[in-house]
Design a protein around this ligand. Structure first.
Ligand SMILES: [Zn+2]
Length: 100
């Protein structure tokens, strides 16, 4: 899900899933570099290398484990990485902690 730019003190996708977000940026960077390489004929094999790297990074991101937590106040669900202990709910500004 994409939740706009937005400022404020709420949690961002980056707070909830730092590793997955980093992998996503890395993959898009590879795709961007791939397109840059494609501009020149000589760069096309390098471009394919970047696209393969991007696909691998997306797969790594998809297989990264996540857990789902629910805000007790408003019931909003969040998907976070397992080592995240708590986040701030975007809607009611309550702290949501991971059980156990
Ligand atoms: Zn809430």
């Amino acid at each position: 899900m994409c939740d706009g730019g937005g400022g404020g003190g709420g949690s961002t996708p980056f707070d909830r899933q730092p590793i997955r977000e980093k992998l996503k940026y890395k993959a898009w960077l590879h795709i961007f570099l791939g397109f840059v390489c494609m501009v020149t004929i000589i760069g096309i094999p390098i471009a394919f290398l970047f696209f393969i790297l991007a696909r691998r990074t997306f797969r790594k991101r998809a297989s990264y484990p996540v857990i789902e937590i629910t805000c007790k106040v408003c019931g909003k669900k969040y998907v976070v990485e397992p080592y995240i202990h708590g986040i701030t709910c975007d809607y009611c500004r309550q702290s949501v902690y991971v059980k156990g």
